[in-house]
Ligand binder design. Sequence first.
Ligand code: GRF
Length: 201
Amino acid sequence: MNLAIFASGNGSNFSAIIKAIKKGRIKAGSVLLVCDKPDARVIRRAQKAKVGVILVRREDFAGRADFEAAIIRRLKSYKIDLIALAGFMRMLSPDFVRKYCNRIINIHPSLLPAFKGSHAIKDALDAAAHFTGVTVHFVDEEMDHGPVILQREVRIAKKDTLVSLEKRIHSVEHKLYPQAIRLFSEGKIKIKGRKVEISNP
Ligand code: GRF
């Protein structure tokens, strides 16, 4: 399986995935990072792990279509089987999603459909929810939406702060995302319409 990880920021999920590949838990051929921010920490993580980086800045293109066309052009020779969004802070167009139909997944720090959007952890705290969680899902044309692959619940304690809750959610993410990618690479995730079936997890 050839894997492209799309990320814009810190990259702790990127590192968790790379670690699982290096330990042989995920069998991957080509692995590369696609990033839209030249100063993102994830680029330094990729360089340290000797993972190739494709840097495509949105500002260098007149519109989203040209930006995405440049990504597609640069991905072409890698024959990518799976795109894993890991904190990629841009919505992909319906055309892009259709091109990689059922081959783009995302991780989101809530139990979707609850708390969509980029402040999901804070929103769960502010709502005084008793639990939140982590979701790995196929990407469709809507934000934080699409068939769910794996979900894990994370309890919210009364004494939780944003920092403490974020820490627990991230540690769940760092297990769940590599697990989902491993299942995909082993052909154990089947998608029929909008229904996901997982065999022998
Ligand atoms: C994660 O919380 C992920 O769920 C969300 O973006 C965050 C990325 O964190 N989509 P990191 O850059 O992997 O540390």
